[in-house]
Ligand binder design. Structure first.
Ligand code: NIG
Ligand code: FE
Length: 415
């Protein structure tokens, strides 16, 4: 007889468990009447509740929790956010409501540069507590892993400071944080009209210091008409890869600048936004390892056309969903809303949207063996939902039914 698995935490009586195993039921690994067992913060067993004691050794010290017949999913993995900024930008939101366009506002010195001025002027305390507050709202929406970009400093001192703050916030919250250096978010005032010089400054002076600091795993660049060209993005990403960074790119958000091709040709882990991706590049990305990360909240917030989710999925692309949380183009921290938008506006099935918001988000952060699934070996980061049909997560618009959130099997939020 096989030795029983020692466990220190079990979640029993799960009405519907979504393991996100793509080989299993509905490609989301749907188990009814199931249980989940954990040792040392990692899942060690999942299966039918009636088999729990056959497979696992429960000790007097084992913590036993009931999901009361409810739905349990992996915590969301929000693989694209910008929560490090000095102040919010309600005035620009109101200007857009009155008819102004996001790019007109940016061209007039608002937009990202508006946040840069406020971020440079903000104290460490303000940046720390703002980021922490946004991360705690994300947690209440079921997000347990978050990618965090710098990019509102655009000079060495502020970018460095923002990444240190991200690291300090990470140590003070239960979620897992993945930091990204985004010095190439915009051309700062000091380099106005000289984007090539700024790219050289990033490559020669800033990137090496950020590498030495050791906090950021990824770099990202905004490849967009009026910001950085395809050639500048290629140059920056190639140099960054040589310096040991992993790559991401804001691609084809407003205009098709061939950004998705830059991602594929530089081996970027993800190309994000893609509202304006060409049909040709849909095929290209579908035949590559690069993940297409869609941010439908930004399309909603800026009144732009939604990204072509169905086309990407039908072409066979790996698609992730994220919020793009930021003070300008999407002040939204809710992954359940992204799941709804993917279904209602981008042609996803409910199952595809949930995979995109969990397992594929994890893959877009290089965490495909650790996050986004509830299978043996994965971190026990999960959400207990106040519902007994997993489709409610997409269906209940604007008010997530989160009952409790666990990180490494520790309850870190409950309603
Ligand atoms: O992802 N596209 C570039 N960056 C952000 C917008 C940032 C801002 O407006 O502050 C985005 O949409
Ligand atoms: Fe973004």
């Amino acid at each position: 007889m096989q030795a029983k698995i020692p466990v220190d935490f079990v979640l029993r009586n799960i009405g519907q468990l979504l393991t996100m195993d793509p080989e299993d039921s509905l490609k989301i690994g749907l188990w009814e009447n199931s249980a989940l067992a954990v040792s040392d913060g990692r899942v060690v067993w999942v299966g039918h509740d009636s088999l729990l004691e056959v497979a696992c050794a429960l000790r007097p010290s084992t913590k036993i929790q009931s999901a009361r017949g409810n739905v349990v999913t992996p915590g969301f993995v929000d693989s694209h956010t910008h929560p490090l900024f000095g102040a919010t930008r309600e005035e620009e939101f109101a200007q857009r409501a009155a008819g102004a366009d996001y790019q007109e506002i940016a061209a007039a010195g608002g937009g990202i540069l508006n946040s840069v001025r406020k971020t440079r002027a903000a104290s460490n305390e303000v940046l720390f507590y703002n980021m922490k507050h946004h991360l705690s709202t994300m947690l209440s929406n079921g997000t347990t892993t978050v990618e965090v970009k710098s990019g509102y400093g655009l000079d060495l001192a502020t970018e460095y400071r923002c990444l240190e703050i991200a690291d300090a916030v990470a140590a003070s919250i239960p979620q897992t944080i993945v930091p990204t250096f985004m010095g190439a978010h915009e051309v700062p005032e000091e380099f106005k009209g000289r984007p090539d010089d700024y790219i050289d400054y990033l490559i020669d002076e800033v990137n090496p210091k950020i590498k030495e600091q050791g906090i950021a795993e990824f770099v990202d660049i905004f490849c967009e008409k009026g910001v950085f060209t395809k050639q500048q993005a290629l140059k920056y990403l190639k140099a960054s890869a040589e310096q040991g960074f992993l790559l991401k790119i804001h691609a084809d958000e407003f205009f098709d600048t061939d950004g998705a091709a830059v991602a594929v040709n530089t081996g970027a882990i993800s190309a994000d936004h893609l509202l304006s991706i060409s049909d040709e590049n849909i095929k290209l990305i579908a035949n590559s390892k690069t993940i297409a990360t869609l941010l439908p909240g930004t399309a909603l917030f800026l009144k732009k056309p939604f990204p072509p989710g169905r086309k990407l999925l039908d072409a066979g692309a790996s698609v992730a969903l994220a919020t793009d949380f930021n003070p300008g183009s999407c002040f939204c921290d809710s992954m359940p809303l992204m799941v709804n938008l993917a279904v209602c506006q981008c042609g996803f099935t409910v199952e595809e949207a949930l995979v995109a918001a969990t397992a594929n988000g994890a893959a877009a952060l290089g965490l495909d063996k650790r996050k986004g699934k509830l299978l043996p070996g994965f971190d026990a980061d999960f959400v207990i939902w106040n519902c007994n049909d997993f489709r409610t997560i997409a269906y209940h618009l604007g008010n997530p039914d989160v009952a409790a959130v666990y990180c490494a099997a520790r309850k870190v939020y409950s309603t």
